[in-house]
Ligand binder design. Structure first.
Ligand code: F6R
Length: 242
């Protein structure tokens, strides 16, 4: 794992955007893996800014999001479909037919997972996957204990994760209990992985990732087995390592 320590959130976002824009510029049909949450918001703003400056186009880009809540429709402001549209896609020239986000409202969720996995494979797997780090070490919604061999699946969300995400809902009761997530193997198939980490509240999981063992109890530790991972973390996330 390459570890890049940057000054602050803004530098983290810019560093990540430079890597992604280079991929978009140099690949004919780039495939990006995207995350939601607070961490990548600055990266998405930076991509929009560079796009508006005519630095690159998204028209040949295909995207796959990591996850989506079960039961939230595309129009629900808490859904990841909505987040992605508002925070990134509607500002770019991306072809929405090339945007892939699991659909958590279908009747046959298992079939949805199978199809999602198949689509990623058919796209030739992901060139650059963006990840945030969960407080309990989750990546995507792969909670502690998820087998490293997992593919896209339905997951029961951990209480820590539901509490951490409650800030986006009016009450904890509204936070869905389940989600669809790319599995750990799905993520490992990505050619390059960018793990973005910012803020003191991520200091403990970052220290555990860097110093700890590889174990299914801490899903992010799997990244140590991947040949091309870059962690971009800001100073405040390093406090536990200083
Ligand atoms: C989001 C996702 C999650 C988040 C993680 C960190 O699509 O898959 O794993 O990346 O929960 O969330 P933030 O960035 O809000 O701290």
């Amino acid at each position: 794992m390459e570890i890049r320590k940057v000054e602050n959130y803004s530098e983290m976002s810019q560093t990540a955007s430079t890597i992604i824009i280079n991929t978009i510029k140099h690949k004919k049909s780039p495939v990006l893996g995207l995350a939601t949450g607070s961490t990548p918001e600055g990266l998405y703003q930076e991509l929009i800014h560079q796009y508006n400056n005519h630095v690159f186009s998204f028209k040949d880009v295909t995207t796959f999001n990591l996850d989506e809540y079960v039961g939230l429709g595309k129009g629900n402001p808490q859904s990841y479909h909505y987040y992605m549209k508002e925070k990134l896609f509607k500002h770019l020239d991306i072809n929405m037919e090339n945007v892939n986000i699991p659909n958590g409202t279908v009747q046959h969720l298992e079939k949805e997972c199978e199809n999602y996995e198949k689509s990623i494979k058919e796209a030739g797997y992901i060139d650059v996957q963006v990840l945030g780090l969960g407080l309990n070490g989750h990546i995507g919604f792969n909670e502690p204990g998820t087998p490293f061999s997992s593919s896209t699946h339905v997951v029961e969300l951990d209480d820590t994760t539901r509490k951490a995400n409650a800030r986006f809902f009016t009450s904890m009761d509204e936070v869905p209990q389940k989600a669809i997530t790319m599995g750990l193997t799905t993520i490992m198939h990505s050619k390059k992985i960018l793990l973005l980490v910012s803020g003191e509240n991520k200091a403990e999981p970052l220290a555990r990732l860097i110093n700890g063992n590889i174990s299914e109890d801490f899903p992010a530790s799997m990244l140590k087995k991947h040949p091309n991972v870059t962690i971009i973390a800001d100073k405040s996330a390093f406090v536990a390592l200083n």
